[in-house]
Design a protein. Structure first.
Length: 188
């Protein structure tokens, strides 16, 4: 049940800001604005770790629906499935990554999954942007595309790390604290 609530959090972290005509979590940093700060990456890792593998499809379909709603109703663009195929494959891949790496979550595994999740999205999504018409189809154009996206990558890495850290860290901390008095009594 908790994994579905976490998925709902991810959906709301994407839907609510544009529906209330707000930028996605508008906070100031010394180096600029905090964009691309959502619960999607960390939530997909958690959902994948806690649900059977086939249920990754539920998360993917829910996020596909938010892509459609945001594109058509919030941003008022035409919706083209081909523009989302890489993103949808990434949703499934991150959920499956959570299933593979985080069934037995450790700090090292969570850190690795967070880095893999955010970095793969950065590399894949910006490669697709480069394939479009915004950048020259050259090595310089590809480099410019990735450099322009670095602030988004930083914020995605931070948000994925925070969400995954809370979702995996708090239960581990609670378990550790719950077992502490028992271990002390046994030693006495």
């Amino acid at each position: 049940m908790l994994s579905y609530l976490v998925l709902l959090l991810a959906l709301l972290s994407r839907l609510l800001p544009p529906l209330f005509h707000m930028p996605p979590l508008h906070l100031s940093w010394s180096s600029g604005e905090l964009w691309n700060f959502t619960a999607v990456g960390g939530s997909l890792l958690f959902f994948g770790a806690r649900r059977p593998r086939w249920q990754a499809a539920i998360a993917v379909v829910a996020l596909m629906l938010t892509d459609y709603l945001l594109t058509v109703h919030a941003y008022h663009y035409a919706f083209h499935v081909s523009g989302y195929l890489v993103t949808w494959a990434w949703y499934a891949g991150v959920s499956l990554l959570g299933h593979q790496m985080l069934r037995r979550a450790t700090a090292l595994r969570v850190t690795g999954a967070v880095l893999t999740s955010a970095t793969s999205f950065f590399l894949l999504s910006n490669f697709v942007v480069w394939l479009g018409t915004m950048y020259a189809h050259s090595l310089a154009g590809l480099s410019a595309c990735y450099v322009a996206a670095l602030p988004f990558y930083r914020n995605d890495l931070i948000s994925t790390g925070l969400v995954a850290g809370v979702l995996f860290g708090l239960p581990a901390l609670a378990h550790r604290l719950a077992n502490r008095p028992h271990a002390q009594q046994s030693a006495a």
